[in-house]
Design a protein. Sequence first.
Lengths: 326, 273
Amino acid sequence: MTAAVGLGAGAAAAASAAPGTPSAAGARTASPRRRGRSRARETLAGYAFLTPNLLLLGLFVIVPLVSAVVISFQRTDGFGTGTFTGIDNYARLATDPVFWRSTINTALFTAIVTPLSMLLGLGAAVLMNSVLPARGLFRSILILPMAISGVATALIGVLVFDQNNGVLDKLLKFVGLPAVEWQSGGAAAFASVVIVTLWWRVGFNMLIYLAGLQGISPGLYEAARLDGAGGWQRFRFVTVPLVGPSSFFLLIMNVIYSFQVFDIVFVLTGGGPQNATSVLVTYAYNNGFVTRDQGYAAAIGVVLLVITLVFTAVQWRVSRTRDLVD
Amino acid sequence: MTETLRWRMVRVALAVIISIIVIFPLYWMIVVAFSTRSDLLGGELRLWPENLTFANFERVFAAFPIATWFGNSTAIAVSVAIITVTVNLLGGYALADLRFRGSTVLFLIALATLMIPVQVIMVPLFGLVTGLGLYGSYWAVILPTAASAFGLFLARQFILAIPRDLIEAARMDGAGNWRVFTRIILPLSKPLIAVLFFMSLLQTWNDFAWPLIALKQNALFTLPIGLLYLQGQFGADYGGTMAFALINVLPMVVLFLVFQRYFVQGFARSGIR
């Protein structure tokens, strides 16, 4: 890295010695600032400044990404070199019930967590944006989970949701509700993962919405009020459309997060019981580093990547058409 | 008037209820960390510690190298933060101030790497890290974690907002790009640096998936990995687990509350979470 920074300094020094006296520079317009040779130097400087970043990303993200695709067509034993087996790994995936279960779980988790965390986030943001005593304190409390590590969050979840001695079941019994078998029931375990995730992430959604709400001019609410709009109507026809950009941004962030949910599932349920909470990333991890079926793990990763890319492409399309329509 | 007052009461009540729901799990972690084992095993509902005790902390410190793990977490998080901030500032400057062919494409590719979960690349990345001889050292975690474009977008936006006149004036005085970067951009980027540094520190301190793969030796564990290991060893000893969880969580909670505005800006602008 130091070498790259040194290169940047060298290129910058070279660029500063470029022809053109100060008086000539003053006559130049801003747009094509430099002529032929110095333009080449600016290019050189640009790449030099970007090199450390590109080097790290290239070596530790792009190169492994390409290898992952290659390995997904191989059969591997341990970490040795594999042998090419064509689409065998993918053919296996097609008939692997655990893979399908994990895919469905990932989709289900995304379909539940994304709208819920956005709705709760928007509600909290509207509340925090209204006249409220000790608003700063409430806001600090609501975003506090963002500082907690995923492992600690999940372990607190293990503690709270313990079906034998956990505080949640005790509370449920105390108010006269039946205790829930959070560990042995598949649906209940899935619900516990969703609840812990919401606790962890609603603060982030609120923060983004709060920034969006603060950009709305109070005059618009005043105008709506004068037109006779009630509280709900003002929310529906002023707030919701005007936080559109925040919603769009959060939709993408929440979906991408949900596709990749790992810490909470891995620590809270380990994918169990009977794969009821297994998701694509935990299944890939188990294949890659527990059963050591590396080629198969890489194939699962590639499937996840393709799903992510397709989603992003669709979003891109939708947002562009929407912009055209508006 | 009474109508508005009533709504105001409803809002306050809602805010209090939501806050209690959010705070309760953290409060419960603290209660359990300071409770005796017999109190925890009791069947009845008890929402505060009956007998305060430090036994859980003593037990955890006696059984595990907590100080070492704390040091590992600190070393790794600070190194990653320094490298990422440096690299992203340099790159952000290039993208904001210099015009060159391919800059837009490179920017988009760098941003696209943010969508790739580590689980997609973990198998070859592990091979790569081993091949480079990094396995068994901090660098096995530091370098792949520092390889992130998360600050690039933020740095570019921030530097774009710096008045062009300042930069052009320096250029007319004969300053080259490096000089512009160190004399104009850096001094004006202190808030940006703070935001990027704290964000990176928080993320790395709490990072789990890649350290889980890359750190196999007990002596190199970070706190989250140590926490999971401890849970595996202690099993249902919630007192011990929560005592350690508190040690893992506390530094970032304090930092988060003290430097809240930097974190809030970081999350709100870069949207990384």
